[in-house]
Design a protein around this ligand. Structure first.
Ligand code: PLP
Length: 404
């Protein structure tokens, strides 16, 4: 029988799957480092890194080894019992991030939900907010995941229209505007939830000093600062956590995505104050959260990130990549921006859409994904070499030149 073709798989997906994504028509079957291969053996350099979940590169051998070893021993205990991977995971991630408490979950959205629950409870028990009056402040154009509570405080019509009614208790302010934060805080405000750099919004970098100012305002008003570092964290911006660029510490830090090197959904709420201390047995949980397989994979993912110098490499290659992208500016390009290996090209609105640029890049061996109509993000694995950056740039240049 003939081997099924990529087109057959695309047709089956289309027939049987919900159409909640609009992927590029490339059916991948293998990955190694920065490279992925499709079913027909064509090779691509991955400039999305699964939305930054494979910062360590595809199928990193040491993470794979940790996964296989642990899979051979013990996969899941539930938190009804203890397991011998959880404590070492706690110790290692706390030491690395300077956190005092950890709550492990699976997806990023679950980490966000967990943080919102924890700060609400903290507000009632520690800050003395009246029952059901707690407010959490969020930013316009945020992306924190896809659950009902989270899409309820999204400002993206696609994310929210048709999914209501939504949970109350959230207030939206402009991103990058610390005065707006100060103005909206009330005695009922328990937390400010923000991405250090807005990833899904198109790599939006706030003004210098924004997070420092936000930190001061939160401290002054006894408001918990929750940084969603699910995308910016774990080396992506050239620091372990993006908060380090401004020398601040959040009260709660959310990590996910690359915490597993792409092998497995692992997320965590990290806390440097006693917010997580308010949770008592039975008040929150997850069957898979903190399971031994997840912990073993997360430990290996953190270890290789540090030991193999990936964070420094992200900083170096990112700076080079950005400066070279600047040089490629043609009249279609409105702006290039980024920090570390979290980069984006924004096209002029009349310059053809970002999707067609991504299609053309795909045909030239570079996988990127548009965010919104006019922005293309470049976020390769943090192990990318200078030669590989040049290889990508050459193709971006070609495609931009060929575009109408
Ligand atoms: C991806 C992402 C999430 C959601 O993570 P999931 O694992 O998809 O639920 C939350 N916040 C940010 C900033 C993200 O980039």
């Amino acid at each position: 029988m003939a081997k099924p073709s990529a087109q057959q798989f695309i047709d089956i997906e289309s027939r049987l799957g919900a159409h909640n994504y609009k992927p590029l028509d490339v059916v991948l079957s293998k990955g190694e480092g920065v490279w992925v291969w499709d079913m027909d053996g064509n090779r691509y350099l991955d400039c999305l890194s699964s939305y930054s979940a494979v910062n360590q590169g595809h199928c990193h051998p040491k993470i794979r080894e940790a996964l296989i070893n642990q899979a051979n021993r013990l996969s899941l205990t539930s938190r009804a019992f203890r397991n011998d991977q959880l404590a070492p995971f706690y110790e290692e991630i706390c030491a690395l991030t300077g956190s005092h408490k950890v709550l492990p979950m699976n997806s990023g959205a679950e980490a966000v939900e967990t943080a919102v629950k924890a700060v609400r409870k903290w507000g009632y028990e520690m800050k003395g907010v009246a029952e059901d009056a707690a407010e959490v402040i969020v930013c316009e154009n945020n992306f924190h995941g896809r659950t009902i509570a989270i899409v309820g405080f999204s400002t993206d019509p696609m994310a929210r229209i048709g999914f209501g009614p939504f949970a109350p208790g959230f207030k939206v302010i402009p991103f990058g505007d610390s005065a707006a934060l100060e103005a909206v805080i009330t005695p009922n405000t328990v937390a400010f939830l923000v991405e250090p750099i807005q990833g899904e919004a198109g790599v939006i970098i706030p003004p210098d000093g924004y997070l420092r100012r936000v930190r001061e305002i939160c401290t002054k008003n006894d408001v918990m600062l929750i940084l969603d570092e699910i995308q910016t964290g774990l080396g992506r911006t050239g620091k372990l956590l993006a908060e380090e660029h401004e020398g601040i510490e959040a009260d709660l830090t959310l990590v996910g995505k690359a915490l597993s090197g792409g092998y497995y959904p692992v997320s965590a709420v990290l806390s440097n104050r006693e917010v997580l201390g308010v949770l008592k047995p039975g008040e929150h949980g997850s069957t898979f959260g903190g399971n031994p397989l997840a912990c073993a994979v997360a430990r290996a993912s953190l270890k290789v990130l540090i030991e193999e110098g990936m964070i420094d490499n992200a900083r170096e290659q990112g700076a080079y990549f950005l400066s070279e992208l600047e040089k490629l500016k043609t009249n279609q390009v409105k702006q290039v921006r980024g920090i570390g290996l979290m980069l984006a090209i924004e096209l002029h609105t009349d310059a053809g859409n970002a999707r067609s640029l991504c299609e053309a890049l795909k045909d030239n061996g570079v996988l990127c994904k548009e965010t919104h109509e006019h922005t293309v993000r470049f976020a390769p694995p943090l192990i990318i070499t200078r030669e590989q950056v040049d290889w990508v740039l050459e193709r971006v240049d070609q495609v931009l030149r060929a575009a109408p």
